[in-house]
Each structure stands twice: as structure tokens, then as C-alpha cells.
Design a protein around this ligand. Structure first.
Ligand code: GLN
Length: 325
């Protein structure tokens, strides 16, 4: 009698096989791939455990299992992932969107709400799959979003993601620093999940990432800080006077990046991700200082002070640095 492969049996088998090969999240990967083959939701597998797979289904699934067993990320095998509840096509030219980056997007949305910006001009540097730019354009329907990437393959993938999610983003294929040096445009919001992995830590990066994701989207010099070092002195040129910068950082980098932005004349705060890791550096210019000072000054003097007289905002920003969150 030939062996019959049911949903349950094949999942159990793959789970063990992946475990043996040290593939991370062995059960989840198996379920996601089988759901793709059977064209159903992952949860629906559980109500058809006894379903018998056809020969075609088995061979399609087997190819996927082979790829996953080499540590290729499930998202590349499926060609798609989800970010901020939206579908994104992913391939080897782009980094797979991470949950931490959803925090970055949340910070921008929150800021936009607080400041009641009606039609912010947003710049996304190193857009990759376009996940940040596209989800911001989706949520902030009045915003005009510009997104840069130096990889033309990434720009192509990002364009498809904008199309699929029915949003308009101005994608520019350019090196951010060359572009910034020439551009006259200024933005209300600059956001970036730049490369930030330290070269000296490359060997510790998990094989799924190290062997499959684009190196140029990950590595940023010996200490992983090359992007921020180049960006900090340019930020002022690209940002409107009342603008704000949102930078994702590596697990041990936020304080150092905040210092770089402080030295460039910004006021900074840091936000933690769900794992309690400092993950996002927010940098703003003078207006935040003014907003804080206004009520205080009003209490001290009867006559309102013209805050524009406070010219040296950098000094003030540095003094209030202790208030960093
Ligand atoms: N968070 C990613 C990782 O852990 C790195 C992303 C990046 O360099 N921007 O691999």
C-alpha cells in the first residue's frame, strides 16, 4: 500500500525535519508553506487535518521544504509578507519587513496626529520593499511621500507594492547622500530604517538573514553606524524648520545615534520596541523647545516673550538634552 500523506502527517513530518536541520520556527514555516500550496489560510489547516494531498500538491510543497531547509526565509519562498496589515511582495532584492519597523511607522503616525499635520511631505530613505513609504501613504492619505533607494531592483519591487496597495509614492532611484546634496526639497518628516548591522557582528547574524537578505540593506561599516554618521550633518538641510526625523537603530545603537543628532542641533527622544530594546530615535528641531518653554515663560513674565528672539536653538536643545526619554 502506498503511503498516504495527510495535512497532519506532512506537517508533523516537516516540523521534525526542520528541527533536525536547525531551521527556525519549524512548525510555523511548515504551516505557512502548506497553506500556500493548498490555497487556504493557515488556521484552516486545522480543520482539514485528515485531507489527503494530491501528488501535485506534494511536489510543490516538497520544493518549498527543500528551499526552507537551506534557511531561505519563508517570506522569500512565498514571495509575500504582511506589514502594518498590508500585503507586501518581497524578493531577494529587498529586506523582509520586520515587526520592529512597525514601531517606526507608528511613531510617525503618532507624531503626525500630535502635530496635526494635514498634508505632510515625507521622505523615506532606503525604502527597500517600500513597506514604510507605502504604509504611510496608505494611512496618511493627504501626505506626499518620496522614497529613495540606491538599488534599482528594490525600487522596482517597491513600485509594485505601491501599485498593489493603491497608493502614490514618488520613488527615486538614487544614493541618498548624493541626492540630498543636490536636492532643494525639504520635508516635514524624514524616516529611515537604514542598514545598521556592524560588520564585526556579521558572523553572529542568523543564517536566514546572512545568506539570503541583501547585504547592502544590512551592513553599515565596522560598528554599523556609517549611515547615521553620514546622515546626521545632512538632516538639517533636508528637514523643514518644524520637521522631525525618525530613525530605526540596532539593539545597542540608539543612545549613540541620539548623540549624533544632538550634536547636529536636534533634540532627541528614544522609543523602545515590544522587547524593551531602544529601537527608534526621534529628532526634532527648535519648535519642540519653544513649545516647552512657552508655558513656563508665560508663568514668569506677564508680557509674552517673542520666542523668535531665542535664536540659538542648538544651545537650548543641548541643555534640554537631559530630558531625553
Ligand atoms: N533588524 C534587522 C536584523 O536584525 C537589520 C535591519 C537593518 O539593518 N536595517 O537583521
Amino acid at each position: 500500500m502506498s503511503e498516504t500523506w495527510t495535512v497532519k502527517k506532512i506537517l508533523d513530518w516537516t516540523h521534525l525535519y526542520f528541527k533536525d536541520k536547525n531551521v527556525s520556527e519549524p512548525r510555523l514555516g511548515a504551516e505557512l508553506m502548506l497553506a500556500e500550496v493548498l490555497n487556504c489560510k493557515r488556521i484552516e489547516l486545522y480543520v482539514q487535518f485528515e485531507r489527503i494531498l494530491t501528488a501535485d500538491e506534494r511536489s510543490t510543497y516538497r520544493e518549498m521544504v527543500k528551499r526552507r531547509s537551506t534557511h531561505e526565509p519563508v517570506q522569500y519562498i512565498l514571495g509575500e509578507t504582511e506589514f502594518m496589515g498590508l500585503p507586501f511582495r518581497v524578493d531577494k532584492s529587498v529586506l523582509i519587513p520586520r515587526p520592529e519597523t512597525e514601531l517606526l511607522v507608528d511613531c510617525v503616525i503618532e507624531h503626525n496626529k500630535d502635530k496635526r499635520l494635514s498634508a505632510p511631505a515625507i521622505l523615506d530613505i532606503g525604502t527597500g520593499s517600500g513597506c514604510i513609504a507605502v504604509s504611510l501613504a496608505h494611512m496618511l492619505t493627504e501626505a506626499s511621500v518620496t522614497a529613495l533607494d540606491k538599488s534599482s531592483d528594490a525600487i522596482q519591487t517597491a513600485r509594485k507594492n505601491a501599485e498593489a496597495n493603491v497608493v502614490t509614492v514618488d520613488f527615486v532611484h538614487a544614493d541618498a547622500f548624493h541626492w540630498a546634496a543636490k536636492s532643494q526639497q525639504q520635508f516635514d518628516i524624514i524616516v529611515s530604517n537604514p542598514p545598521y548591522v556592524a560588520e564585526r557582528e556579521w558572523d553572529d547574524v542568523m543564517p536566514d538573514v546572512r545568506q539570503f537578505e541583501p547585504k547592502e540593506a544590512l551592513l553599515a561599516g565596522q560598528d554599523g553606524l556609517d549611515f547615521y554618521r553620514a546622515f546626521a550633518p545632512l538632516a538639517g538641510k533636508l528637514l523643514k524648520q518644524q520637521g522631525a526625523v525618525f530613525l530605526e537603530t540596532g539593539y545597542d545603537q540608539a543612545a549613540g545615534v541620539a548623540d549624533m543628532m544632538t550634536n547636529a542641533g536636534f533634540r532627541t527622544s528614544i522609543r523602545q520596541d515590544l522587547n524593551g530594546i531602544d529601537r527608534v530615535v526621534i529628532a526634532t528641531r527648535g519648535y519642540a523647545v519653544k513649545e516647552q518653554l512657552e508655558p513656563v515663560l508665560e508663568m514668569i513674565v506677564e508680557k509674552p516673550i517673542d520666542l523668535d528672539l531665542l535664536e540659538n536653538e542648538q544651545e537650548i536643545a543641548n541643555e534640554t538634552d537631559e530630558n531625553r526619554e
